[in-house]
Design a protein around this ligand. Structure first.
Ligand code: SF4
Length: 327
C-alpha cells in the first residue's frame, strides 16, 4: 500500500512512498511481554504505523518461556549459550530452532527494529557473562541470539534498535535505507523499472558512494546480454553494500552541490551565496540535513527543475518522519 505526501505541484501530490515492512520487538510498546511483565514505554510502533507496516515478534515468549519469567542471559564459551540461571535451563537450541523457523517463514521485509540490550534481541549491546552465576558481565557488546540469526542470514537488510533510533543521524540513515529497500522490492519488476529506480536515486546514491554508483550503472548497461533476475540480483547486492554505511557529510554536500548546478544560473548572486552558506552551515552542524533539503526543495519548485523534483536525495522518506515529537 502506498500513500501520498506533500509537496504539491499544481494541486497534485508528486511524491509517493511505499510502506516498508519491518519486524519489531513486541515489547516496544505493543505487548507486556518482558520478563517482568512490563513493556518498554515507547510509542515507536504506534507513531510509525501510518508509514510502516509491522510484523511483531517476542522470541522468548515464542519459545514458551511465558510472562513473567525468570531472566535469561548470554554465557561466553566456545559458542555463546543462552541460559536461565534460576532454572539452570540451557535454551540455546530452542532459540536457534525458533530463529531458523521464523526466518524461513518470513516473507520479504525491509528492516528490523529490535530492543537493545536483550539476550535475544540486542544488536551489539547485550551483556555477556562468564557463567550463569557470575555477578558482573565480561562485556556489554554482544548480540542476542535472535538478532545474531538475523545478522547471519539477512545482514544486508537494515536494522536498528530503539536507542539508535533516537539519534537523528542514525535514524535518517535507517529511514532512508528502509524506504529505498521497499521501493526496490516493490517497483522494480522489469529492467525499465530498475532503470527508473536508478534515475530517481541518482543523487542520493552519489552521496553514498560515487564509485559504486558507476558499478550500478554498468550492471544496468548489461541488460541486453543478461537475464533480468541476474541483473536484479547483482544490482541489489551492490546497492545494499554501498548503502550499508551512512554517507559522509562531505559526500552529501557534493551531491547537493551537483543539484545546485541545475538552477544556480537562475539565482541572483545574493541568493546563490545564501544557498552556499546553507551548505556550509550544514557542514558545520548548524543546519540539519532536513533543513537543507527544504531550502533546496523550495528552489526546485520555484525554478521548476523537474529532474530534481524526482530525486530521492530531497525526499528519501516521508517528511513527517522528521517530526521531533514523533518518536
Ligand atoms: S527484547 Fe525481545 S525477547 Fe525480550 S521481551 Fe522484548 S521482544 Fe521479547
Amino acid at each position: 500500500m502506498s500513500f501520498l505526501l506533500i509537496p504539491y505541484k499544481g494541486g497534485q501530490a508528486i511524491h509517493t512512498f511505499p510502506r516498508p515492512i519491518l519486524v519489531i520487538s513486541k515489547c516496544m510498546g505493543i505487548e507486556h511481554c518482558r520478563y517482568d511483565g512490563q513493556m518498554v514505554p515507547y510509542d515507536i510502533a504506534k507513531d510509525l504505523q501510518p508509514f510502516i507496516e509491522f510484523i511483531t515478534v517476542c522470541p522468548e515468549c515464542d519459545i514458551g518461556l511465558g510472562v513473567p519469567r525468570d531472566p535469561i542471559r548470554l554465557i561466553n564459551g566456545e559458542k555463546l549459550r543462552l541460559v536461565q540461571p534460576a532454572t539452570g535451563e540451557d535454551i540455546t537450541e530452542k532459540m536457534q530452532v525458533f530463529v531458523n523457523s521464523f526466518l524461513n517463514n518470513l516473507l520479504a521485509v525491509d528492516g528490523f527494529i529490535l530492543k537493545s540490550k536483550s539476550p535475544s534481541c540486542g544488536f551489539g549491546t547485550t551483556k555477556v557473562f562468564e557463567s550463569a552465576d557470575a555477578k558482573e558481565p565480561l562485556h556489554r557488546h554482544s548480540t542476542g541470539l535472535f538478532a545474531k540469526g538475523i545478522l547471519d542470514r539477512l545482514g544486508h537488510i537494515p536494522y536498528i534498535d530503539e536507542t539508535s533510533l533516537m539519534d537523528p543521524y542514525k535514524r535518517d540513515h535507517f529511514f532512508t535505507r528502509i524506504f529505498m529497500h521497499a521501493d526496490l522490492r516493490l517497483h522494480t519488476s522489469s529492467i525499465q523499472e530498475l532503470i527508473d529506480f536508478q534515475t530517481r536515486n541518482k543523487l542520493l546514491l552519489m552521496a553514498y558512494k560515487q564509485r559504486k554508483q558507476k558499478i550500478l550503472g554498468r550492471i544496468l548497461a548489461n541488460y541486453k546480454s543478461q537475464h533480468f533476475p541476474e541483473i536484479f540480483t547483482a544490482y541489489s547486492k551492490t546497492l545494499h553494500e554501498m548503502t550499508s554505511i551512512a554517507p559522509s557529510i562531505g559526500n552529501i554536500i557534493n551531491a547537493f552541490m551537483h543539484a545546485f548546478g541545475y538552477f544556480s544560473h537562475c539565482l541572483e548572486s545574493e541568493k546563490k551565496q545564501y544557498l552556499l552558506n546553507c551548505m556550509e552551515e550544514y557542514r558545520k552542524g548548524r543546519l540539519s540535513l532536513q533543513e537543507l533539503r527544504r531550502v533546496f526543495i523550495s528552489c526546485i519548485f520555484k525554478f521548476n527543475v523537474d529532474y530534481l523534483a524526482d530525486q530521492t536525495l530531497f525526499y528519501p522518506y516521508p517528511e513527517k518522519l522528521n517530526d521531533p515529537n514523533l518518536i
